[in-house]
Design a protein around this ligand. Structure first.
Ligand SMILES: Nc1ncnc2c1ncn2[C@@H]1O[C@H](COP(=O)(O)OP(=O)(O)OP(=O)(O)O)[C@@H](O)[C@H]1O
Ligand SMILES: [Mg+2]
Length: 352
């Protein structure tokens, strides 16, 4: 792609057309995929945001009715400059049934009616029983079609980038790599040619697999394992997005004092008394103020411990040696404005 005309900084993934977003369940894959799509869709760029798990996560995030197999515009992208223009984010929920009917129509010129008949007789269920990898082949096949589409296909929308809200880390290598195995099964015919082409795209530098994590031990370990698996399969590992980062409410000296047990209830109560909050305990060490201070100290200790884990896990993420991007936990949750804010954060850090 090279430097962009408006002089803005080139993103870390300028040569990538297919962005696959994976990660441990619940770490924010769908949120990050949507924010990345918004960030990529600047200055008239057209971006397709796809999901493949039948969860309708994108529709929920954008507060829209369920998405179908038709690509629908869901948002305006984030402009590069304050006065600039946004492109468009379109969304698509890929399901294996529709992908199969489209595939058959394309390769065997089957009309809609024969397709419906196949559907009615449960052909896909039968076929996926015989070849369990078929479902994934159909799903990645549709994503491939959207990536490779060009202006020669009349009436079809051509995208500058595709973002895939992918299955979680535990299943991603199989989801993306299954085409290789399936290609072995179908040695001849259009399926073989198709799976070879899909694999060629997925294992090229035009595809990057980004991993989302949070700063906890299990998800970070899963990220490390995921990176190793992807590299072993010859897929390009993209960035690591550290999501839901908690801002430290206390400075390091205070955190250290809390962790070291150097802050006692009596000292806080005495400080409060100096500040004009009287200790109205019925007896020394008892009463509502002491109880309140106890609860606050417990909370402070939890916070300090969580922060300590975050510091250790951030170091573990750095040791993975991948470009890393951080997104703060938004106390108010993630609505469309929140998504734009997350997109701006990703942009600022060079992910898009
Ligand atoms: N940066 C953030 N700040 C606040 N809330 C967030 C943030 N990122 C994600 N969330 C919230 O966390 C929850 C999980 O996010 P999301 O659905 O994106 O995760 P996921 O990895 O796609 O989950 P699943 O594995 O179920 O598909 C959602 O309620 C989402 O709004
Ligand atoms: Mg999701």
């Amino acid at each position: 792609m090279g430097p962009v005309a408006d002089g803005a900084a080139v993103s870390d993934w300028a040569g990538v057309r297919l962005h696959v977003v994976t990660g441990k369940g619940g770490t924010g894959k769908t949120t990050v995929a949507a924010a990345l799509a918004l960030a990529l869709a600047s200055e008239g760029r057209q971006v397709l945001l796809c999901e493949v798990e039948g969860r309708q996560g994108i529709a929920q995030l954008f507060d829209l009715p369920p998405l179908g197999y038709d690509e629908r515009r869901v948002a305006t992208g984030l402009p590069r400059d304050p006065g600039g223009q946004g492109g468009a984010v379109h969304a698509l929920a890929v399901d294996a049934e529709s992908a199969m009917l489209e595939y058959l129509a394309l390769y065997y010129r089957l009309g809609n009616r024969s397709g419906r008949a196949l559907e009615k007789f449960g052909v896909l269920d039968f076929a996926t029983t015989v070849a369990p990898g078929l479902r994934d082949v159909l799903l990645t096949g549709k994503v491939f079609e959207a990536v490779e589409r060009n202006s020669r296909n009349k009436g079809a929308r051509v995208y500058d980038a595709i973002v895939l809200d992918a299955p979680p880390t535990g299943r991603i290598a199989q989801f993306l790599g299954v085409n290789g195995e399936f290609g072995e099964l179908a040695r001849v015919g259009p399926v073989r040619g198709q799976t070879d082409r899909v694999m060629a795209l997925l294992s090229s530098s035009r595809t990057a697999v980004h991993l989302v994590t949070v700063l906890e031990e299990m998800p970070v370990q899963e990220t490390a394992d995921g990176i190793a698996d992807l590299q072993r399969d010859g897929l390009q590992v993209g960035g690591v997005v550290v999501n839901l980062v908690q801002a430290a409410a206390l400075g390091q000296p205070e955190l250290d004092r809390v962790l070291g047990g150097a802050v006692s209830r009596e000292a806080v109560v005495a400080d409060l008394a100096l500040g004009g909050v009287p200790d109205a305990s019925p007896a020394p060490g008892e009463g509502p103020l002491h109880q309140l201070v106890d609860e606050l100290l417990t909370e402070a200790r939890d916070h300090a411990e969580r922060h300590q884990v975050e510091v250790a896990q951030r170091a573990a993420v750095t040791a993975l040696g991948r470009p890393t991007y951080e997104l703060a936990r938004r106390a108010e949750g993630v609505d469309l404005d929140g998504l734009h804010a997350l997109a701006a954060d990703l942009r600022r850090q060079g992910m898009a």
